[in-house]
Design a protein around this ligand. Structure first.
Ligand code: CTP
Length: 400
């Protein structure tokens, strides 16, 4: 990521302390970060901390260094403004175009991408006033990350937690990399499956596969950074939840089918990146299968699992829904891919060549995306996020 000018707006919530970690990640990756806290934010983390960590002076009002016209300049020069945490009050002031402190002035003068990472109590997040303010900000092109669910400030739990700063950083990274102020997937609901299913033999053993889930997580993360509401159906992954993404954990192919079909009911697009087991043991033993001296092991009988991708493609809950599959091939990659695309009935099929060059769990990938309309989009070797962005470009074009 090139060195960019980032404005980190911090508003007055207990999660302000987590913004220190976000600031550190932004500066360590080479960006020039100007912190603009609200006056309330300074009740939680002092100006000295922001100033020392950013290497810049810190002001909350427009009356400091007036000769430099900071209320206009900071916003005008920014490549990205990220507000984390964004309180209900800050979202309201931003939505209504108020300019009563340096942060809101900056938001009005910025013409770059703007990301809000809200954090507040569940009641405040769910209040119609906040809902409408968030909708207004999204309509105007801001990326408003859905808060995480978990422990809140007091003893209560619910939706409203600030997502992990490392994951907010990932959203910033994606938004900066694309450099566009119009999140093209805003207002869209997309479903991504990731990871690999596990089919139990008995309470301690399963048939599984090596899928790490990284490609599916990259798809979820990039879609969120492009403004989509994202449901990630995650089968047996060990990766942190991407910021703003609703993660539904599943174990088996049957559970994955149920979760994907449920989420797909109102989805604009479904991307099946998960490695779904084609077969499962016919019998799931209630107790641990024991070895017995002098006895050969019993063969494991398998039965077919449902084909979620084929089912989704054939029976779309919304006629305009875009369905994307993945395929791993060793030989005749394009011919096999074309045949699979036709067999599954999906709109796009991302075909990977597997073999010695490919390692499961890698951060990079290389593929060809085949379209049902005959198109062929090669994606050179590169980060899984680059492939994810190509997939979303093709999906967005089909959504119109
Ligand atoms: N898939 C699915 N349900 C299954 C199996 C696979 O939805 N029961 C989806 C995967 O998520 C992926 C695509 O279908 O998007 C992969 O197709 P599949 O036919 O399983 O590919 P391969 O495992 O490569 O199959 P084959 O043995 O036919 O080459």
């Amino acid at each position: 990521m090139d060195k960019s000018r980032v404005v980190l707006g911090v508003s007055g919530g207990i999660a302000a302390y987590k913004a220190c970690e976000l600031l550190r990640r932004l500066t360590e990756s080479g960006h020039d970060v100007r912190v603009v806290p609200t006056a309330s934010a300074l009740h939680f983390v002092g100006a000295a901390t922001w100033s020392a960590l950013s290497g810049h002076p810190v002001a909350t009002e427009v009356w400091d260094d007036v000769h430099q016209v900071p209320h206009v300049r900071i916003g005008q020069q920014a490549d990205l403004v990220v507000v984390a945490p964004a309180t209900a009050d800050t979202l309201a002031r931003a939505a209504h175009g108020l300019a009563d402190d340096l942060l809101t002035n900056t938001l009005l003068t910025a013409r770059c991408p703007v990301v809000f990472a809200p954090a507040m109590h569940t009641e405040m997040w769910e209040h119609p006033a906040t809902r409408e303010n968030v909708a207004t900000l999204r309509r105007r092109g801001a990326v408003v990350i859905e808060p995480a669910t978990g422990r809140l400030t007091g003893a209560d739990t619910g939706k409203g937690r600030l997502p992990d700063p490392a994951e907010i950083f990932e959203v910033c990274r994606r938004v900066l990399a694309r450099g566009v102020t119009e999140p093209d997937l805003r207002g869209r609901h997309v479903v991504v499956s990731a990871g690999g299913t596990r089919e139990p033999l008995d309470p301690v053993r399963f048939l599984g596969n090596r899928s790490s889930g990284k490609q599916g997580y990259a798809l979820a993360r990039t879609a969120a950074a492009r403004g989509a509401r994202v449901t990630l159906v995650a089968a047996n992954t060990a990766l942190p939840d991407p910021a703003g993404v609703d993660v539904v954990p599943v174990g088996t192919a049957v559970q994955l089918r149920e979760a994907v079909l449920k989420a797909a009911a109102d989805a604009d697009a479904v991307v099946m990146a998960a490695a779904v087991a084609d077969f499962r043991p016919a019998v799931h033993a209630a107790g641990k299968i024991k070895k017995r001296d002098g006895e050969e092991p019993a063969p494991v009988a398998l039965v077919r699992n449902p084909d979620v991708l084929a089912e989704l493609s054939a029976d779309r809950p919304r006629p305009a829904q875009v369905v994307v599959g993945f395929a791993a091939e060793t030989d005749d990659v394009l011919a096999n891919g074309r045949a699979k695309l036709a067999r599954k009935g999906c709109d796009l099929l991302v075909v990977n060549e597997v073999g010695e060059r490919r390692t499961f769990g890698a951060d990079e990938n290389e593929a060809v995306v085949l379209g049902a309309d005959g198109t062929e989009t090669p994606v050179p070797h590169g980060p899984k996020e680059a492939l994810a962005d190509v997939v979303w470009d093709l999906v967005a074009a089909r959504l119109g």
